[in-house]
Design a protein around this ligand. Sequence first.
Ligand SMILES: [Zn+2]
Length: 617
Amino acid sequence: MDNGYKPELHDENAGIPALRPESPDETSAPDPAANSSARRLDAFAAAETSDPAANGSTRHLNAFAPAETSDPAAKVRKARSGHARTTKKKSPPKARWTHYVPQILLALLALCALSGALRIWLAERSGDSAYAAGHGGATTGSAIPQTGAAASSGTGSGANDSGSLGGDRVAGSQIGSDGSFLAGTDIPGAGPGPGPSQSPGNSGPAQGESATTLNIDTPETAAAAGLAATALRDAALLAAGYDYDGAIALLNETPGISGTVEVRAKIEEYEQIKTTLVRVNPVTVTHVFFHSLVMDNALAFDGDSREKGYNQVMTTKSEFMKIIQSMYDRGYVLVRLHDLAYEVKDADGGVSFKGGDVMLPPGKTAFVMSQDDVCYYDYMKGDGFATRMVVGDDGKPTCEMELADGSVVTGAYDLVPLLEEFIESHPDFSYRGARAVIAFTGYEGILGYRTATSYSDSPTYASDRKEAARVAQALRDAGWELASHSWGHLNMGAISYEKFKTDTDKWESEVESLIGPTDIILFPFGSDIGDWKPYTHENERYDYLYRQGFRYFCNVDSSVNWVQLGKDSYRQGRRNLDGYRMYYDIIQPDLTKRKTEDLFHAEDVFDPDRPTPVPPM
Ligand SMILES: [Zn+2]
């Protein structure tokens, strides 16, 4: 079986998409300048879309060589068979009624404290100071030395304490009671739950009972209303992310609220929307990808040897924001690769791949997003990019960027935090918490940390690996999917089989050991390990990657969609949304021939800071 990539192959087979090159990118002659003077630029992919014949082993020799001599892979390689690692379908975080147990307890506690305080107040008024003193000691959890403290702590923790949010924080944003999204605010009333508390009302001395004359209807109603409001807000956030089942379950299962008119109306509304949902066909989903975003155009487009590559294959921040705004406006919804298809166990113990059941309202279109080479390579320093990813104060992944004066700033300096911010204010841009796929090579390290073994003499090697692992976990926790982009940024179809295996093993030992099990590979240079025909295990490269646990295989293809749902894997083409693609769309007057018109209008997006013409690949 010939596993070679055939750039000249075109689709002449009805119903089966061709794996064809990014014309004219992959068929054009390699640019000699790019291979000589801009040697480091090739590493970032000088282009995912460049001539595969020119890449292979030679273009990355520079990057590949340093660690080629040692093979730590053998030490760390996991002994796993093809079936040992099953694909895990990640479920988005769901708010269940059980999440409200702490709130319910708090509400009860507040009620008790309120009634207790009032009783104390009443008792004191009636001169029964013995009750007041005895009662204070009976309350579990917090000492209530005097009446005033009891009242304030009781009401404070029960209703809307926005202090520590424990595990009930919902995605960092909430929906106002009118359904509007309030970015950057916390879900109230979700403080850490107290342990089982003694109710003052039950444990109080008998003489206290006789003093109870207060009407507790008011606080009880207020607490129930507070619970309902919180549940409605959380349900609205789930529904905004198309998890109507989760929203309905939350409202149905939160005790004491399902009878209210407002809650019943919402449940009915969500049930009604559910009847209108349309299943996404997993083989018609488009996939767009980016590299590190240019944050400072003046530094990236400064006329140095790397400008050309940046101009071709990078996207600026302003372009990225306009692209996702346009896609949002046109009804696109980000989904996970793992939502589109996943491995299932058959009754006979075997496994097969099943298309997912992504359900969206009519008019919405699913898409997948990925970002390659999220490594912040050395060659990018000083060129206007982030320098590394870090875990922010809120526990979410964000970026650091070193400025020209050497100072370091933290914030939304690349795709990950920018997309997080966008989804926070547009939760309906993400299907059930979906985020993009983030892909890493290994030859320098990942996420801006120098984690490759060639850096093992570095004083920061150990701390770099630890921090990179922490950021990777934060990415997973936030819904991002992590992927291989090969260790040495190699053309995985063109290199020798021995080199292919070595590279795969090195990626697993140096990168997967940091980020955890991964089943997605995004091939560099838009290469592939096979032609347009579906993979079979006779293809030794496919078989090897499969046995290493990979199930999702992505090349580069400018078609709106290029998908194969195989018997045991999912294969998808990806579309580069970069300077090259947009520029050549803009000079294409026939809109029907453009490659991006379904997503945005290139003229509206293209950054005027770019030097033009953008050089051809
Ligand atoms: Zn790449």
